[in-house]
Design a binder for this molecule. Sequence first.
Ligand code: GRF
Length: 202
Amino acid sequence: LRIAALVSGRGSNLQAIIDAIAGGRLSAEIGVVISNVASAAALQRAESQGIPTQVVRNRDFPDREAFDAELTRCIDAHEADLVVLAGFMRLLTPGFVQRFSGRLVNIHPSLLPAFPGLRPHERALEAGVRIHGATVHFVNEETDGGPIIAQAAIPVLADDTPETLAVRVLAQEHRLYPMALQWISEGRLRLENGRVLVNGAE
Ligand code: GRF
């Protein structure tokens, strides 16, 4: 499995994927890490491992279509089988999503379909949920709305703040994402007609 990772920031999920590959828990290689933010710490993490990196600044393009076309060119140039969004903070166009359908995954820090979009931890606390967590999903045209691959749950504690919740969810993300990617790498699940098939069954 050859991965193209799209990042915008800190890159702790990227690091978890790098570590899982190094530790033999994930049979994959990262062909390229692409960031829309030149200063993203994620780029340094990749460079320190000798992984090719590319900066594609959204501001350098007149519209989303042109930006996504350049992302596509980069992904294809590195012959990636799977596009992994890891803290990538841009919305992708329907054309891009369709082109990589079934080969485009994301991780979101909530138990989807609850709390898609921004500030999920704050909104989980506001809603008073007792269970929170993280979701790995195939990407479709709805933000954080695609078919679910895997989830990890944690209890919400009485004295939790968005920050303490984020720390515990992030620890789960680092476990969950490499695991879900390994399932894909093993061919244990795939997207068909908008649903996730596991070993050929729903
Ligand atoms: C993670 O919480 C991820 O779920 C969300 O953005 C954050 C990225 O963190 N999509 P990092 O860059 O992987 O550290």
